[in-house]
Design a protein around this ligand. Sequence first.
Ligand SMILES: [Zn+2]
Ligand SMILES: [Zn+2]
Length: 215
Amino acid sequence: MEIFKCEGCDRIFNSAEGLDQHNRDKHGIGLQSKHELRQLKRQEIEKQENLDRSRAARSKLAKQGAYIGVPVIIIAIISAFFLSQPQPTSKTTGYTSFADIPEGPIHWHPELEISINDQNQVVPANLGLVGAHQSIHTHDSTGTLHYENNNPTPENMPLRYFFDSVWRKQFNSTCIMNYCNGDSGTVKMFVNGKENFGFDNYIPRDKDKIRIEFA
Ligand SMILES: [Zn+2]
Ligand SMILES: [Zn+2]
């Protein structure tokens, strides 16, 4: 049996009339040549290919969007974290900032007291005097720190410098010596009787009374 295949959509008909009818109904064509029908089919295929391409491009864009979106979210979370942290605002809150770095030579005597579970800790004499005379040192065990500094800098002025580089004991917002925040207690710091959140970043002033406690 002879079959009649539509060049436009590959449908098969068992009569020429059926195919003609189909061409008129589905493709809006009457008596085009086979060549024209093939062209029609090619156009159909190209249209489909263009559609596929633009779909692929769209999904690629969506993927790129996801890659860009993830870091943006991470940055947002990190920024939110830092913005929620206490900001150094110097004298008003007792935090520290570079504005607290004095210009020129100083000889200051802040006092340091450390209490762990209600036991006062001895700050030993002669810290920072062995070998090179360090810019923060002690002459006795009263807790008086001698800030004798000809060139105050953001590195050598914070309390951190005394703990890390002179005494070599741990001190930061969560630990004092070997005691760290947890079930057994919390590190707190007071400067001249007021709680201070600068901890190791705090830059002492002359005659400051600094108390660090763990309880
Ligand atoms: Zn001295
Ligand atoms: Zn002194």
